[in-house]
Design a protein around this ligand. Structure first.
Ligand SMILES: [Zn+2]
Ligand SMILES: [Zn+2]
Length: 380
């Protein structure tokens, strides 16, 4: 009430001042004109009338300018809404530029992107998987020589490394998905297209089901491609520059096992499989958006076995503010990550470090407030 009266009083003073400002005799008339006005009533009335007309014309001109300026701004805003490049991020918020199409209409958000598979995409994907297969095969051969040709031991070690890699790839897909959903935008260097594609996926999720295999996965060949695995292979190799860092490991491992788990064969095998699965994660993700009748029977079996992300677990991610169920390989790590509040903890740390807020916070102020209080759990 007090606020109302105060506001009313201020508004009244303001409106009084503005009325006064537009009273011609007080603000516009010069001393000479006043003298002249006093000389003849007729002349005075004429002057007053002229000044009022001038004031009216000025008011009209200002109103017109204001209107055209307003039109310009709203036109500009409308233009800005059309591009994902002009937004901090592209999904969820009002005016973020992406409309949710009705029905199962495909919506491609990245400029230059299309649903059509190109020979270039096929080439990139084929070369990348061939490279990963080469690194994996040479790792296993090296392991075989390390075990003096013991096929049983080599198979056991290789299988355990591959299974560990598959589990960690699920965790990795969750961290990767969370990072591109929540930070950066289409303008971010190198990762811009991937970020826009992930964030845009929330506005028309079914678009992914219209993509062919290479068209769907090729973008992930950039962060998880041959240069990445080549660098890892070099670092983990026998002549690696990080050899000194492994001293602690040698002291422990050689007491019970003659195999150097953290040298070339096992580390390279782990990351060759890891990178290949990360690239494949977009295809596994695509299957989770298709109906059972649209996917082959073996895909449905993989989903039933929990090897590939299921439809129901992934559907839980597609609820604003998109704050959980980020893992898209098997979904095995989702529950542990969401219940432990891992991603909220990360968001809190990032906010404390550089003041950047996650997109999930922007969409859900309650989530933001809870996280800042240190309550990282998601509501069940
Ligand atoms: Zn997402
Ligand atoms: Zn999805």
């Amino acid at each position: 009430m007090k606020f109302f009266f105060t506001s009313t009083a201020i508004a009244a003073v303001m409106s009084k001042q503005s009325c006064t400002a537009f009273t011609p005799t007080k603000t516009v008339v010069s001393p000479n004109q006043s003298t002249y006005a006093a000389k003849t009533l007729k002349g005075g009335l004429q002057l007053r009338s002229t000044l009022i007309d001038e004031a009216d014309a000025t008011t009209q001109r200002l109103t017109k300018e204001k209107e055209s300026h307003h039109d310009y701004i709203s036109q500009n805003n409308n233009n800005m809404k059309k591009s994902y490049l002009d937004d901090g991020f592209v999904f969820g918020l009002d005016g973020s530029g992406l409309e949710r199409p009705r029905g199962k209409e495909a919506s491609v958000v990245v400029e230059g992107d299309s649903l059509e598979t190109t020979p270039q995409q096929v080439g990139i994907v084929f070369a990348t998987f061939a490279g990963h297969a080469f690194f994996a095969a040479s790792s296993i051969l090296n392991l075989l020589s390390q075990t003096d040709g013991d096929i049983g031991t080599t198979s056991l070690i290789s299988l355990s490394v591959i299974i560990t890699s598959w589990i960690m790839a699920d965790f990795g897909s969750g961290v990767f998905h969370w990072s591109v959903d929540n930070y950066g935008n289409g303008k971010t260097p190198i990762m811009g297209n991937i970020i826009a594609a992930f964030q845009g996926h929330h506005s028309a999720p079914w678009t992914i089901t219209y993509r062919g295999f290479s068209n769907n996965v090729w973008k992930l060949c950039i962060p998880f491609g041959i240069p990445t695995i080549t660098a890892i292979n070099y670092i983990a190799g026998p002549e690696n520059p990080m050899g000194a860092c492994k001293c602690w490991y040698y002291m422990i491992s050689y007491t019970w096992c003659s195999i150097d788990w953290f040298s070339f064969p096992t580390v390279t095998l782990f990351f060759a499989v890891f990178c290949a699965i990360e690239i494949m994660s977009q295809e596994l993700h695509k299957w989770s958006h298709m109906t059972k009748s649209e996917t082959p029977a073996w895909v449905n079996t993989l989903q039933d076995l929990g090897i590939s992300i299921g439809r129901v677990p992934h559907a839980k991610h597609h609820i604003a503010p998109y704050d959980g169920n980020y893992c898209i390989v098997s979904g095995l790590c989702n529950e542990a990550l969401d219940k432990s509040g891992f991603f909220r903890w990360m968001e809190h740390k990032i906010y404390e470090w550089n003041g950047v807020e996650s997109n999930a916070w922007k969409l859900d102020p309650e989530l933001r407030a809870r996280t800042l209080r240190g309550d990282y759990s998601l509501p069940q």
